[in-house]
Design a protein around this ligand. Structure first.
Ligand SMILES: [Zn+2]
Length: 236
């Protein structure tokens, strides 16, 4: 695969690992993709992009007063942006509140909702990011740099880290369900410790590289302009 193909084509056929392909299908079902992206109006898409770009530029969302009630409702119904206490609380992959998943790009610090979201930011913004996640068991920080291609990893502090991607019923807000089970662990042992407290939980135990691939697959098309193939054009 050439870098050009990677950049221009967001479909899952580029995924190197079959496990990532399987995880992608489990997480991003056709129904969920359709609920998010089908018939997205230009106004709603522009508002969505405006919100994401504010997080990227400032590490914080814009004021909700910039957006009409109708647009806010539409973004929320599509599980793209959620407003709490009169403020934008999250817009995947970003969280307004500080989380265990920090992303630094072009001198701006952002926080992601979960590990997969943090790992997908580089692909979405086509810019190098430094991702730092905390192990939920021992709170040890793990860092890596992801290149602007969204896939190439360098400066990996914990090459044996694992990324757990839980598969849960997603209600109206993935951040409250799915995302709570997407974590990065300092070691296979600490993933096992965490999983032993959650018997029966479904999910995928991914390497760091697979986690980056999955994040890139999910977020690569989020900031595409309408003239380009958007997330709704992803082949499934
Ligand atoms: Zn740990």
């Amino acid at each position: 695969m050439t870098k050009d193909q990677t950049r221009e084509t967001p479909n899952q056929s580029l995924v190197a690992s079959p496990k990532v392909d399987e995880a992608m299908s489990a997480l991003m079902t056709e129904a969920r993709l359709a609920a998010r992206w089908s018939d997205l109006s230009p106004d709603v898409r522009a508002a969505h992009h405006r919100i994401l770009r504010a997080y990227i530029a400032d590490g914080a969302p814009p004021n909700i007063s910039e957006f009409s009630t109708e647009i806010r409702g539409e973004l929320s119904r599509r599980d793209l942006v959620h407003i709490r206490d009169g403020k934008i609380a999250l817009a995947y992959p970003f969280s307004t509140a500080v989380t265990d998943f920090a992303v630094r790009a072009a001198g701006v610090e952002m926080h992601a909702i979960c590990a997969i979201d943090a790992l997908g930011v580089a692909a979405m913004i086509q810019h190098e990011t430094k991702v730092t996640c905390l192990c939920p068991v021992c709170r040890a920080p793990m860092a890596l740099t992801i290149a602007a291609d969204g896939l190439t990893m360098t400066n990996v502090t914990d090459p044996t880290a694992r990324v757990w991607t839980g598969v849960m019923e997603v209600g109206s807000c993935a951040a409250d369900s799915q995302c709570t089970s997407m974590r990065m662990f300092c070691s296979p042992e600490h993933l096992e410790v965490w999983r032993s407290d959650r018997p029966g939980m479904r999910g995928f135990d991914l390497t760091l590289e697979e986690g980056v691939q999955l994040g890139a697959e999910i977020f690569r098309a989020f900031l595409r302009e309408p003239a380009e193939p958007g997330p709704e054009a992803v082949d499934t």
